[in-house]
Write a protein that binds this ligand. Structure first.
Ligand SMILES: Nc1nc(=O)c2c([nH]1)NC[C@@H]1CN(c3ccc(C(=O)N[C@@H](CCC(=O)O)C(=O)O)cc3)C=[N+]21
Length: 281
């Protein structure tokens, strides 16, 4: 049986580290780090996630604000709000919750956030810095996944890493972080021969949003599996992108869903906000 990588426990540790650093920050600087979360419309999942982020922010000792805007807000009015937050010295981190309504151009909104306050690491400047291997704000989910590999005692250097999914928010930055850590990286997508690629993976990271897409039998015995997927089944149960039962028979370590990568995303958002408040990277 595989070792279970307890993201919930690691995330609690990361948040405790941030909380201790906030105390030092207060002593040295007077104020506290501030995180502004912008939520547009009534997406029920977004509402739950934003509540979780605000709660975590308050627990570690940040100030936090939720800017809840109407579903029918214009693109221009949303951009104005983002620019106001850029100018606000008490706000160190800005997160615009995705997805945005269809009439909004998400890329333009992300690009409007000051790169120094872009605690999601989604701004083109930060994406560029990551691809160049230079310091910058890094996306929270891949950052959390890297930390979980470390916690599992898995050093990427020299290993074959396979990333399934090529999104700008998880797959691509994940592949770049693994590459920077000296893994040999393959990125898979819908045209890939998945069973064949997955069989090569010492490290497998899956972020596609298809319930139990990856069959346990495909895995290389001893692989370390990071499952970023979060899929709600009709019965309300959450499942990942990896068929967990069969996978845990072959893997040496695996993240559960829930309780794996999800809590790490929020913990790393706290770390990024502290970093932004401390003057960045
Ligand atoms: N600008 C932006 N930044 C984001 O980081 C962002 C976003 N938009 N839009 C939505 C996704 C999703 N996301 C999650 C964070 C934590 C959990 C999490 O903590 N999940 C728990 C509980 C899940 C449950 O029980 O519902 C778990 O996996 O154990 C999940 C999902 C951040 N996102």
């Amino acid at each position: 049986m595989a070792q279970l990588i307890d993201g919930k426990a690691v995330a609690a540790r990361v948040r405790a580290e941030v909380q201790a650093d906030v105390e030092r920050f207060k002593a040295a600087r007077g104020g506290v780090p501030g995180l502004a979360v912008v939520r547009v419309g009534e997406d029920p999942a977004s509402k739950i996630y934003v509540t979780g982020k605000k709660k975590a922010a308050e627990e570690v000792g940040f100030r936090s604000w939720e800017h809840h805007l109407r579903e029918d807000i214009s693109q221009e009015a949303l951009l104005v709000r983002v620019r106001q937050l850029n100018e606000d010295a008490s706000v160190h981190g800005i997160l615009v919750q995705l997805p945005l309504p269809k009439h909004i151009d998400a890329e333009r909104v992300i690009s409007a956030v000051s790169p120094a306050k872009d605690v999601d690491g989604f701004h083109p400047v930060n994406a560029g810095l990551l691809s160049l291997g230079q310091p910058g704000m890094r996306p929270c989910t891949p950052l959390g996944a890297m930390r979980l590999l470390e916690e599992a005692g898995c050093a990427p250097a020299g290993k074959r890493a396979v990333v399934v999914g090529r999104s700008n928010i998880v797959g691509k930055p994940m592949a770049l972080m693994l590459l920077q850590a000296d893994a040999t990286v393959t990125v898979c997508h819908r045209k890939s021969d998945l069973p064949r690629e997955v069989a090569q993976a010492d490290i497998l990271v899956v972020a596609v949003g298809v319930p139990e897409l990856i069959q346990g039998e495909w895995l290389k015995p001893g692989a370390v599996v990071i499952d970023v997927g979060m899929n709600r089944k009709p019965d309300g149960k959450l499942v990942g992108d990896v068929a967990f039962q069969a996978a845990s028979q072959r893997a040496s370590a695996i993240t559960p869903v829930p309780g794996g990568v999800g809590p790490m995303t929020i913990a790393m958002l706290m770390r990024n906000t502290l970093l932004a408040a401390s003057g960045g990277v």
